[in-house]
Write a protein that binds this ligand. Structure first.
Ligand SMILES: NC(=O)c1ccc[n+]([C@@H]2O[C@H](COP(=O)([O-])OP(=O)(O)OC[C@H]3O[C@@H](n4cnc5c(N)ncnc54)[C@H](O)[C@@H]3O)[C@@H](O)[C@H]2O)c1
Ligand SMILES: [Zn+2]
Length: 360
């Protein structure tokens, strides 16, 4: 399936979901791009750097393959500078295109390097993790972490094309699978009731790491593209993508990242769904559907922390306004509440505590 995302600044981004898609990079290459920088973390570059290089080399004068150590802790400014210095030392001009290859960490880094090199050069994106395919690769948010927090410095820079190749998932470490699955459930709950039903009836096709049918990938890409097209700079509807993440981020932080993002978001969605039942009449039966689906997909963990441990992290959430906690909450499966309030609703500490403590 091929989708075209048109942004308010009239730039267009083609998103292709297709087995073998990474081999088609050449057909998205523009003649004016005379040099190529293939950029990703060491793990994905070791696996796929040469294959991508072979596709690109016939199209360019110079090509370089650049990598940095894997891990979110390396998505930082110091590493970005080193990467930039390597490209500068080769004398690459503005007529260069970056190929961002990898999971969300690689794409955020490579997109940010492209976004600022010589004040911005184009890039093409080849996501390799499930999370990157359904989430991080779409929307053009790029950037790095700082001591003060995650993703605090960056630019919005749209890739020229996103090539989603499910074949690349075969080598993804199985423990990474849950991170993508949780975002798929989130995308379905916030904006796609048909996808949600499909997930409920195809659990067996989702729980074998390394393999996934095209439909959920295409549906997630389409939903995220819709949302980004309406709200490229996150002023409104894009907030719906935060469902499960207010509590989820707090769980990640209180666990010092021992609980991976996907598991934290799955727990966060359960808690926030309970908030939605009391706060905006999300039907209790729908919240039960969500709990059952998450369980069937293997999200069983229950957080061990007290609400008091969580609270400091809830209080610093970016969505808060004037000391009040806000959450993106569903009103039914596939539809979010609060359209007239920026898609976030105020939640009292007492409501949040009850939802946290009333878990199964
Ligand atoms: N820009 C956005 O809109 C956006 C959205 C969501 C998340 N993110 C960011 O994405 C990051 C998380 O992304 P992630 O979960 O993909 O983590 P990641 O990029 O660190 O990838 C996880 C691990 O899997 C490895 N890997 C990836 N694909 C592989 C493959 N096909 N075969 C073998 N190994 C592979 C990587 O080398 C890494 O070690 C975070 O930094 C987060 O902030 C960005
Ligand atoms: Zn997430």
């Amino acid at each position: 399936v091929k989708l075209s995302l048109t942004l308010t600044d009239k730039t267009e981004c083609t998103i292709l979901v297709k087995k073998g898609a990474h081999k088609l990079l050449g057909s998205y290459w523009k003649p004016e791009w005379q040099d190529a920088v293939i950029l990703g973390d060491e793990q994905v570059i070791d696996l796929y750097g040469d294959a991508v290089g072979e596709v690109i080399r016939p199209k360019v004068v110079h090509a370089m393959i650049l990598s940095f150590p894997p891990g979110d802790e390396n998505k930082n400014r110091a590493v970005k500078e080193d990467l930039e210095d390597s490209i500068l030392s080769q004398g690459y001009s503005r007529r260069t295109c970056v190929v961002a290859l990898g999971g969300g960490v690689s794409l955020d880094m490579a997109g940010y390097v492209a976004g600022t090199y010589m004040r911005g050069i184009p890039y093409l994106s080849v996501p390799t993790s499930l999370l990157a395919m359904v989430d991080a690769a779409i929307g053009g948010k790029t950037g790095v972490n700082t001591e003060a927090g995650k993703n605090l410095v960056g630019v919005i820079h749209q890739p020229g094309a996103v090539l989603i190749d499910p074949d690349l998932l075969k080598t993804l470490p199985p423990e990474e699978w849950c991170n993508g699955l949780a975002e798929i459930v989130k995308t379905a709950l916030v904006g796609d009731a048909a996808l949600f039903e499909w997930l409920e009836t195809h659990v067996d096709e989702l729980t074998q790491p390394g393999r996934i049918p095209d439909y959920p990938l295409e549906a997630c890409v389409a939903r995220k593209s819709d949302i980004v097209e309406k709200d490229p700079r996150e002023g409104g509807v894009r907030a719906v993508l935060n469902f499960g993440h207010t509590i989820g981020h707090a769980i990640e932080k209180v666990s010092e990242h021992a609980i991976p993002h996907g598991k934290a978001v799955a727990m966060g969605m359960e808690v926030e769904a309970r908030v939605a039942v009391s706060n905006c009449r999300f039907p209790a039966a729908s919240s039960q559907r969500l709990f059952r689906l998450l369980q069937a997909l293997g999200f069983h963990e229950k957080p061990d922390y007290s609400f008091e441990q969580l609270l400091p992290y809830l209080k610093v959430d970016k969505k808060n306004r004037g000391g009040e906690i806000r959450m993106a909450l569903p009103r039914r499966v596939g539809e979010m509440a609060g359209a007239t309030q920026g898609y976030t609703l105020p939640v009292s500490l007492e409501e949040a505590r009850q939802a946290w403590e009333s878990g199964p």
